[in-house]
Design a protein around this ligand. Structure first.
Ligand code: NAD
Ligand code: LMR
Length: 325
């Protein structure tokens, strides 16, 4: 293997998303079928043994691209030299909770991890936060990593994006591949705004192919509340679909994409206050996310984007009050 392995750190490695994620990373789906990877699994001390069990299974797959596995409960070790960090480790919500209810329980995890990334990660580190509330946890981590370019901290709304594709494809009876320019705006929460006014199906604007009542009263809430529906049905929060979305996010970030959704630090575009980690329509070019510019936002969309951004501001203010940033 000529190429130096890419170090991928996964927190919460013994959890349910970790179990759905690690095998796909090791098989080459995160970065590419020719990119060797070295996995670093970060867990809390009580779960290190379970992570060791997962590592045994990874060994048993004899993945040609997997060059090594490290298991630790020390963030300074886990992030040392890391090129990609998937911050999954956090408590999932239970039925009846909103993701924001996890702020106090989970927020404290992300400051120390941000600092460890700041102090030890490789210069090209890319961070994807999956643990909820993902946008604000990403903000916390980023605020503790002043030496890392802010844009390297992102949060996952790709699962929402994929859910929106799938709901629309089912409604219009088209393959998901026919849908272009789907966008999730705002927070990975029930206030998120899945936007059909820029999405296209066979070259036509998606919003014009569905009736307004369906768009407003079925599509938007179905996508925005899908996480809760999964919890209700499975008795546990989404895992394989979340892992799949994490793979999609990082793969596109590294390998390029024309149009997808990701929560990235705002540069002030579309009236989203600078610095908030909010979901935008993005392209990935030369290993960087770029916000797609120049979209017209009508009053219907404006109201919904603003509501989700307001929630992000409230979450930011709440973690400030908690002393987490
Ligand atoms: P889980 O409870 O199965 O696993 C979480 C793991 O994290 C556990 O093994 C736990 O020991 C570990 N952990 C806790 N604190 C840690 C720390 N400080 N360092 C390292 N590891 C730590 O949960 P899950 O189902 O895998 O979900 C993980 C998180 O992802 C939850 O917050 C969930 O809400 C979130 N999630 C986000 C999305 C999204 O789209 N952004 C989708 C699904 C789930
Ligand atoms: C999801 O969207 O499935 C996750 O964020 C889990 C949750 O709490 O909804």
């Amino acid at each position: 293997m000529a190429q130096t392995p890419v170090k991928v750190t996964v927190t919460g490695a013994a959890g349910q998303i970790g179990y759905a994620l690690l095998f796909r990373i090791a098989s080459g789906q995160l970065l590419g079928a020719d990119v060797p990877v070295k996995l670093s699994l970060l867990e809390i001390p009580q779960a290190v043994k379970a992570a060791e069990g997962t590592a045994m299974e990874l060994d048993d797959c004899a993945f040609p691209l997997l060059s090594g596995i490290e298991i630790t409960d020390d963030p300074n070790v886990a992030f040392n030299g890391a090129n990609v960090a998937l911050l999954v480790g956090a408590m999932p919500r239970k039925a009846g909770m909103e993701r924001g209810d996890l702020l106090e329980a989970n927020g404290g995890i992300f400051g120390p991890q941000g600092k460890a990334i700041n102090d030890h990660a490789a210069d090209d580190i890319r961070v994807l936060v999956v643990g909820n509330p993902a946008n604000t946890n990403a903000l916390i981590a980023q605020q503790h990593a002043p030496d890392v370019p802010a844009e390297r901290f992102t949060a996952m709304t790709r699962l929402d994006h994929n859910r929106a594709l799938s709901q629309l494809a089912a409604k219009l009876q088209v393959p998901v591949t026919e849908i272009k320019k789907m966008t999730i705006w705002g927070n990975h929460s029930a206030t998120q705004y899945p936007d059909l006014f820029h999405a296209e199906v066979g070259g036509k604007i998606a919003a014009e192919l569905v009736d307004e009542g369906w768009l407003r009263d079925t599509f938007i809430p179905t996508v925005a509340k899908r996480g809760a529906a999964i919890i209700e049905a499975r008795g546990a929060s989404s895992a394989a679909s979340a892992a799949n979305a994490a793979i999609d996010h990082v793969y596109d970030w590294v390998n390029g994409a024309e149009w997808t959704s990701a929560a990235i630090p705002s540069d002030g575009s579309y009236g989203v206050p600078e610095g908030l980690i909010s979901s935008f329509p993005v392209a990935s070019r030369n290993g960087k996310w770029e916000i797609i510019q120049g979209l017209e936002i009508d009053a219907f969309s404006r109201e919904r984007i603003d509501a989700s951004v307001r929630e992000l501001e409230e979450e930011r203010d709440a973690v400030r009050q908690l002393g987490l940033i």
